[in-house]
Structure formats: C-alpha cells, structure tokens
Write a new protein. Sequence first.
Length: 171
Amino acid sequence: MAEDIKKILKEYNKDIKRHIDVLVEDFNQKIDLVIERQDSHSDKLDSHTDKLNSLSERLDSHSDKLDSHTDKLNSLSERLDSHSDKLDSHTDKLNSHSDKLDSHTDKLNSLSERLDSHTEMIGEMNVNITIIKSDINIIKNSLRNKVGLENFEMLEKRTKILELKRVNNNL
C-alpha cells in the first residue's frame, strides 16, 4: 500500500512541489513584510528611545534646576522666618512702648485735670484777692477819717481834764 501511495503521489509531485513553492514564496513575502514592519517599528522605537533619552536628560536638567530652586526657597524661607522673628520682637517692643505711652497719657490726663483744678482755684483766688483789695481800699479810706493812737491819747487826756474841770465847776 505504501508503494501505491508513492505512485499516486509521484504524478502529483510536480504540482505539489509547485504549490509548495508558491506557498513558500507567499510565506517569504509575508515574512519579508513582517521583517519590514519590524524594522520600521524598530526604527520608530529607536527614535522614541532617542526622544525619551533627550526628554530624560531635559527632565534631569529640570530636576537639577528644581533642586537648586528648592534650596534657594529653603534659604529664603529661613531668612523669612528670621525676619518674622525680628518683626515679632519689634511688635512686642512696639506694644510695650504703646503700653508705656498709654500710661503716660493717663498720667498727662490726670495732671491736666489737676492743672484745670488749680486753674479754677487760682481764678477763685483772683476773685477773692480783688474783693480783699476792694475791702482794704474801703478800710484805708475810712481810717483816714479816724484819729490815730497818739491823737487819741492826747484827746483822752484833754477829755479827762475837761471832765475834771466840769466836775470841779459843778461842785
């Protein structure tokens, strides 16, 4: 039986070989197409790898710049904290000065009230002094019309003498 099959196949051997050659050629064309596509994809992949490498370098550069900026920001932040502390200190001093100023203002207000009180008292004293001056002028004018002590003693002696004379005359 094997021999029979070989005889049958021998007749078709050329056709099978031609058919296999066509299939091999078609297969080779398809493989070539796949290889071409793979080469194209490989080229694109290489191009993308180059772009990624370039972007990676740029990213590294940007990362370095970002690190530098972060360092600068940290330095500035420290300086800002220092200035903030100084500002807080100055604010405390200003508040202390403000408290002292309020205390002085209260003292000045108290002194102002005392000054107003003294001014009022001085005004009343001026009125009283004016009244006293007026009274002294009145007393002075009325004393001019009165007899002095020496004149009074002399008048008193004269009156005694006159009274004695009168009593002696009446007797």
